[in-house]
Design a protein around this ligand. Structure first.
Ligand SMILES: [Cu+2]
Length: 124
């Protein structure tokens, strides 16, 4: 009796392991959707400077009083928000990021030279 219940516990543990493993693998796989929040203002871009590779959705918010936008360039990528953001507006864009170095900047006027440029590192 004692022996068979022991086997049952091991059986349950194995079953649980099988059920959990595919879920964990899916989470670790490349190509999963990443979400990054970006805040633009005079004259800075606030966002994480290290990102994970994969399809990434940037949600960009302009908390400043001037017009701003976000451009991601480098490593074969050249993406920009469809339209510039006025004060209080937000927008999204999707970029397929591969490991490497990118530049995030605001191409409005001379904002980049006023400080709206960041080097972004994408890790595998
Ligand atoms: Cu700007």
């Amino acid at each position: 009796m004692r022996c068979s219940s022991h086997k049952l516990i091991i059986g349950c543990a194995l079953l649980l392991g099988f059920l959990l493993t595919p879920g964990l693998c899916a989470m670790a796989a490349e190509g999963t959707d990443n979400a990054v929040n970006v805040t633009l203002s005079e004259y800075k871009i606030e966002m994480p400077q290290t990102l994970k590779a994969g399809l990434t959705t940037f949600t960009v918010m302009n908390t400043g009083s001037k017009k701003h936008t976000l451009e991601i360039k480098g490593n074969g990528v050249d993406e920009k928000l469809k339209s510039d953001l006025k004060q209080g507006e937000s927008g999204t864009m999707q970029v397929q990021l591969k490991p490497g170095i990118y530049k995030a900047s605001c191409p409005v006027g001379d904002h980049e030279h006023k400080g709206m440029a960041l080097e972004i590192k994408v890790t595998p």
